[in-house]
Design a protein around this ligand. Structure first.
Ligand code: DX5
Ligand code: ZN
Length: 217
């Protein structure tokens, strides 16, 4: 069966201790660290930027999966690549030239991700399959953690069929819990982002809860 990776989102972590939080969830079994960058323009919230990514990079042994909820994207790609992102994901909806954005991400040598809001269909994906390493299927409207899961199983199944045996990850982002995770795994996802489900009730000082939360997904 497809090995499911868990990518805790630091949006739900302690903003005053990102380094310790990243180390804690990695020690407790996290596969990737999902970093939610928000600009208060593409989404109605502001989080952090390249400087924070650079600061947490030394505290992440594995993959730093940077989710850019920003518009425009292109002026900042180089900065996130320099900050140490392994995957840089841009939203198809962030502007008219997503094709150029994906080219620019690949040109930095990083892996390129394409994020789709819940209301966006798959027709754009078909033309860019050879330019992406990951599709991030938003199962909440972006901007906040702890929101209610939108069951987009049909979209994920159609995406899995479209991808075929290409080396492209299907990452589900938003509202993943022990209840919703199996639904998305069955639909064809192989990476599950989880913020509140991982970080709830835990702390870097007592990371056991993180391990239990990760294993429960
Ligand atoms: C929302 C972010 C998600 C969010 C997930 O805009 O892209 O990654 O942090 O948080 P939960 O898992 O709590 O829905
Ligand atoms: Zn995200």
């Amino acid at each position: 069966s497809r090995q499911i990776k868990i990518a805790p989102s630091i949006l739900a972590a302690d903003f005053a201790n990102f380094g310790a939080e990243c180390r804690a969830v990695e020690a407790e079994g996290a596969d990737w660290i999902h970093v939610d960058v928000m600009d208060g323009h593409f989404v109605p919230n502001i989080t952090f930027g390249p400087a924070t990514c650079a600061a947490i990079r030394p505290h992440i042994r594995g993959i730093m999966d940077v989710h850019l909820m920003i518009a425009p994207v292109d002026p900042y790609i180089e900065a996130f690549a320099q900050a140490g992102a392994d995957i840089i994901t841009a939203h198809l909806e962030a502007g008219p030239h997503i094709h150029r954005t994906l080219q620019a991400i690949r040109a930095t040598g990083k892996k390129a991700g394409l994020a789709l809001n819940p209301g966006t269909g798959l027709d754009g994906v078909e033309t860019m399959l050879d330019m992406i390493d990951l599709v991030c299927v938003m199962t909440v409207n972006p901007g906040f953690g702890g929101q209610k899961f939108l069951d987009l199983s049909a979209k994920v199944r159609a995406l899995r069929n479209l991808i075929g045996d290409r080396p492209i990850h299907i990452e589900i982002d938003g509202g993943i819990t022990p209840e919703t995770a199996p639904v998305m795994a069955r639909a064809g996802a192989d990476v599950l982002v989880a913020g509140s489900a991982v970080f709830k009730g835990g702390s870097a000082a007592a990371p056991e809860a993180y391990g239990q939360n990760i294993r429960a997904i």
